[in-house]
Design a protein around this ligand. Structure first.
Ligand code: FES
Ligand code: FES
Length: 158
């Protein structure tokens, strides 16, 4: 079937079977391999993308459900010069990245939170990351990175 959607501001039409997931559509048909398949059952958040402004686990979304939607993947998150954006840089600076498997999903969860809440508490950040598992970092540095980004972005708006 034809599936049409906008991915990272680019309108795409994909011919794909109706029973594949959005994650497979992104990875296997659009070559966007940043979203990872960790568990494939909605438990780990490694496949997280933003769809129509909401954080979703793309392993739980059937590709036809994404027809007509706006999707942002980790490949669509970057600074104007193509390098890491402020949140990604803070993940690096605060030591929030180790093996990296969870990081695309963590960044998407962080961006989704900051779109909705410019001044999250540490508790709210932890809650926003509740669906994203990290086996490496202990989460502290990831929370630090998101908190620092929120402060920096608020500072720029003043
Ligand atoms: S791969 Fe989708 S939540 Fe784990
Ligand atoms: S950095 Fe390894 S799972 Fe999070």
């Amino acid at each position: 079937m034809h599936i049409q959607l906008t991915v990272n501001d680019e309108f795409v039409t994909v011919e794909a079977p109706p029973d594949i997931t959005l994650l497979d559509l992104l990875r296997d048909y659009l070559n966007l391999t940043g979203a990872k398949e960790g568990c494939a059952i909605g438990e780990c958040g490694a496949c997280a993308v933003i769809m129509d402004g909401r954080l979703v686990n793309s392993c739980l979304v059937l590709a036809p459900q994404a027809d007509g939607s706006q999707v942002v993947t980790i490949e669509g998150v970057r600074a104007d010069d193509g390098g890491p954006n402020d949140l990604q840089q803070n993940f690096i600076d605060y030591g929030g990245v180790q093996c990296g498997i969870c990081i695309p999903g963590m960044i998407m969860a962080g961006e989704a939170l900051l779109m909705q809440n410019a001044a999250p508490t540490r508790e709210q950040i932890r809650l926003a990351l509740a669906g994203n598992l990290c086996r490496c970092t202990g989460y502290q540095q990831i929370v630090d990175a998101i908190e620092a980004t929120a402060k920096q972005r608020r500072g720029k708006q003043q």
